[in-house]
Design a protein around this ligand. Structure first.
Ligand code: DGP
Length: 230
């Protein structure tokens, strides 16, 4: 286990509804950090390459039906199975830019509005997972997402459902999330992300921050917004 004073990589999560541009922004950010000499990797959840991830992929592409509670636990298991590697990378000094995390996990299942599967139930299986140092939320209305050429073919890519997902994200938003207006041009968004990611990376390189745990208070998304804005 690394001590609290060891320099480490930053754990940066990008969240948002579908079509907000997360994947493009994550990729650009990793390329930028790498060019600056910061060891950085792009990760994404769900990670469809693992055995669990393959089950999730089959569900998302409607090749299989899985009970809603059970598939929720699979998405969570997919994060848990990557936990050790994630911590190892951070402590070895690699910054991880992660396309979606447990926040999507909660928002997408809670948006189903099923009896018994409320937000508290949805949060429970992810409790204790490493907490990110920063959460950047790419904010885009459903109308703007549709104007971008509409949603794809996967299970959740329907306007009505995406509206419910956005409501869930809004309900769980913490003051430590950094909101990024995803209706801006790609380069403007990226500029904002780079500036703010640099602050988080520097903080973690200074070695003053231990990796937090979900959903401990003060750990969801890292430093308060005011600090990130300085
Ligand atoms: P992506 O590969 O980022 O396009 O994500 C695939 C879809 O799965 C997308 O509609 C968001 C949804 N999703 C991502 N993570 C979770 C999760 O943990 N639980 C649920 N139910 N859905 C998720």
């Amino acid at each position: 286990m690394a001590s609290q004073n060891q320099p480490r990589g930053a754990f940066i999560v990008l969240e948002g509804a579908d079509r907000a541009g997360k994947s493009t922004q994550c990729q650009m950010l990793v390329e930028h950090l790498t060019a600056k000499g910061v060891a950085a990797e792009l990760w994404r959840f769900p990670d469809r390459t693992t055995a669990v991830g393959k089950m999730i992929n089959s569900y998302l592409t409607s090749q299989s039906e899985i009970d809603d509670a059970a598939v929720h636990l699979l998405f969570s298991a997919n994060r848990w199975e990557k936990r050790e590697e994630l911590l190892r990378k951070l402590h070895a000094g690699t910054t991880l830019v992660v396309d979606r995390y447990a926040y999507s996990g909660v928002a997408f299942t809670a948006a189903k509005g099923l009896p018994g599967l409320d937000r508290a139930w949805c949060m429970a299986p992810d409790a204790g997972l490493p907490a990110p140092d920063a959460v950047f939320f790419l904010s885009l209305t459903v109308e703007a997402a549709e104007a971008r050429g509409g949603y794809g073919e996967e299970r959740y890519e329907k306007a009505e459902f995406q509206r419910k997902v956005l409501d869930q994200f809004a309900a769980m938003r913490s003051s430590s999330w950094r909101m990024i207006d995803a209706s801006q041009p790609i380069d403007a968004m990226q500029r904002q992300l780079r500036e703010q990611a640099a602050v988080v990376v520097a903080r973690c390189q200074r070695g003053t921050e231990a990796v937090g745990k979900l959903w401990e208070s003060g750990a969801v998304g890292g430093a308060p917004l005011t600090q990130l804005n300085q």
